[in-house]
Every structure is written in C-alpha cells, then in structure tokens.
Design a protein around this ligand. Structure first.
Ligand code: ATP
Length: 371
C-alpha cells in the first residue's frame, strides 16, 4: 500500500433515495495537508468523509488514496482512521485498552500493544491516566483518547467529524491548536468536517466550502476570505459586506449598479469593466472601512455608503457598527481605539468609505435569487 495520503475524488456523487447528498464532486487533497470541509448542516460534508473512510459507497465516481482506487475496499484496508464527533470510546475499557483496541483487532501481541499504546498516550499527554475508565475523564481528555486510538494504526489519513463541537469554548480553542500541532508533527493528511468558519480558517491549508452537496470554492483560507467565489461564500465566511445588483454602467473606471439597496457605485477594482445588465456582486471587508459622521447632505461618490447607525456591539478589539439601509444592513468593524476616540451613537447618520483595492468583485455569475 502506498504511504501517500493524497486523496482524489473524481465525479463523486451520493444519493440516498431522492436525496442527492453529494453531487459530482471533484477534489484533490494533497498528501500531508490539513483540509477542512466547511458548510451548513446537511450540505454533504459527513457523507464525503464517510465515503473516504469506506463507511459509505459512492453512487458514482472514483476515489483514490495515494493513487490507489479505494472504492469497494473495506475501511481497514484504506490506511485511514476516523475520529467521531462523540468520540465513541468503549465505556468498559480502560484508557490504555481503548487506545490499543485496533491493535488487538489486528492480532498484535499484548506486549507490543502495551508499548505502542503507552507511546501514543505520551504523545497526547495522557500517560498518567492510562488505567482510568472513560467515564472518569473530562471532555478534553476523552477527545485525546479518541485521537490516540485513531492514530495508533499509523494511518496515512485521519478523518475527523466535528471533533471540537462537544467541547466548551475554552477547551475548543486549546484542542484546536493541539490538533494543528499534532498534524504538523505527524505530517499525515487530516480531513476535518466543521460548520464553524473560524475553525476552518485557523486549521486548514485547504478549505472546501460546500452548499447543497456541491463544492462552491476550494482554496486557501486567505483566498476564501479575501476573494470569495460567490456571495454565498462571502456571507458564510462572514467579516464582509455583500452588495449585489445589476450593472447600469461601467465607465471611467467606475461600475454603477442598481439593486435592492438602491444605487451603488464602486471604483472598478481590477479596471476590467463589467457588462451592462449583468448581475454582479461586490464584497467589502468590514475591517477595511472608515466610518465618519455624515451631518448634512453627503455628495454621492464611489465606494461610499451612507446610513444611520442601528446597532453598536462591543467585541473587544473592535466595535461592530451596523448601519441600516434600504436592503441588507452594512456592517463596519471599527478598531476599539478609533471608535472610542470618535464615537458614534445609535441613530447617528454616518458615511462608510473604503479604498478601491478593498472592493472585491465576486467573479462567478450570481443567480437571480442573489439580487
Ligand atoms: P451535519 O453538519 O448536520 O452533519 P452534513 O453537511 O455532514 O450535515 P450529511 O450528513 O453529509 O451532511 O448529509 C447530507 C444529506 O444527505 C442530508 O440531507 C442528509 O439528511 C442526507 N443523508 C445523509 N445520510 C443519509 C442516510 N444514511 N440516509 C438518508 N439520507 C441521508
């Protein structure tokens, strides 16, 4: 068996009766990378994970691991290991026996099982709890046992289904960085299912954003965040304003649109223009916007939104200011120092301005429902 943990999915679909859980997916996950499958509940993330693991068979398409086709191969022959959302520890086995479980299944002798389980428990810093029963462990400790149990067979791919969702906020952040450093140390491929954007951004080399069984964008976290491919991705990743409409003119380096939020003019960020009557969407990062009081009439200009402050939410390092407009609210993240030096209050009229380079044109044609 090849040791490479490169995973390729080609034209993979999966239906359960009338439900198309996954539709015609093409995806390559590089050997040794950390991939997060990200999307709302029901978008097909777990189904992809289960097909890679061999717990589910694709309705059509091909899956290879390390260049070898695995469709039809039982899970134990794939070189993959899976960590489940609720950890699924065996309650009647000690921590050590839980960790050694898959070695026992494979007929490894007792002395070697003990030694390898001991090493693995050291790696996850649980060697002092080897004789405890799972019920006497904290959530974080249980998670480490589940990790150790999954890793003991030296898999080339570790599959993790919402591994952090059962933990409280504090522990979640700690275990998140532990997962990342473990993956760095081991150098094997991790595929991690999550519906939480910050988790995907913090962990992944490759973020795969899914919607209704399809991949909408697969790229680095930085590219997904700064150059979302569709309005859905921009909204789902958060941190941006999305302005959509129909192009009424694109002249002199400015693109004018009319949408449900009224007219809007953007300085053409790439200078490539836009077709008249095309449906277009811009995304503008909330943290790249300058907010000033707008007393009196404000002359129309590009890259400007005027509205009244509807909500102010202190978030620690920044203050989230929500401006009401005709359609979708426009949100500005003002650095805390800037906000407290020149505060605005609910009801104030304000102007939001930003640099041309901070407008991103969302390339992919958007459907009518987006306007
Ligand atoms: P969640 O975050 O809620 O786990 P998900 O993105 O992982 O969601 P999947 O579990 O992959 O989504 O499910 C995708 C779709 O396929 C859903 O509509 C789900 O109801 C359906 N589905 C999944 N497994 C089965 C099954 N065994 N039988 C019937 N339908 C299924």
């Amino acid at each position: 068996m090849s040791q490479s943990g490169e995973i390729r999915l080609k034209g993979v679909s999966k239906s359960f009766g009338d439900t198309h859980a996954v539709r015609d997916i093409d995806l390559t996950i590089a050997n040794g990378s950390y991939c997060c499958l990200l999307g709302p509940s029901g978008c097909g993330k777990t189904t992809i994970l289960r097909m890679i693991a061999g717990h589910e068979t694709p309705t059509s398409g091909e899956i290879t691991i390390g260049g070898q086709s695995v469709v039809g191969l039982p899970p134990v022959q794939r070189g993959t290991a899976m960590m489940f959302q609720n950890y699924a520890l065996f309650p009647h086995l000690s921590v050590r026996d839980n960790v050694a479980f898959y070695l026992k299944m494979r007929g490894v002798r007792k002395a070697e099982r003990r030694a390898r389980a001991g090493e693995m428990l050291e790696r996850v810093q649980l060697d002092h709890l080897a004789d405890r029963m799972p019920a006497a462990l904290s959530g974080g400790q249980q998670q480490r046992v589940a990790l150790a149990r999954a890793l003991i067979t030296n898999p080339r791919v570790l599959l993790l289904d919402e591994p952090l969702s059962a933990l409280d906020e504090f522990l979640r952040l700690r275990m998140r960085s532990e997962l990342k450093s473990l993956q760095n140390q081991l150098g094997i491929t991790f595929v991690h299912v999550t519906h939480t954007q910050p988790e995907a951004i913090a962990l992944a080399d490759l973020v795969v954003v899914m919607d209704h069984g399809e991949i909408v964008q697969a790229d680095t976290p930085e590219a997904i965040f700064t150059r979302p491919a569709t309005p859905y991705v921009a909204r789902f990743m958060g941190g941006q304003n999305v302005v959509t409409g129909t192009v009424t003119s694109a002249e002199a380096g400015e693109i004018r649109i009319a949408g449900k939020d009224g007219a809007f003019v953007a300085i053409d960020p790439k200078g490539e223009g836009a077709a008249r009557d095309a449906t277009i969407a811009f995304s503008i990062r909330r943290d790249r916007i300058l907010l000033t009081p707008a007393s009196g009439e404000v002359a129309a200009e590009p890259n400007l939104v005027v509205g009244s402050v509807e909500e102010i939410e202190y978030q620690g390092s920044f203050v989230k200011v929500t401006m009401g407009r005709d359609g979708e609210p426009f949100v500005v993240h003002v650095p805390d120092q800037v906000f407290f030096a020149t505060p605005v209050a609910v009801g104030d009229r304000v102007a939001a301005r930003w640099q041309a380079a901070d407008t991103h044109i969302i390339d992919r044609p958007v459907g009518a429902e987006e306007t």
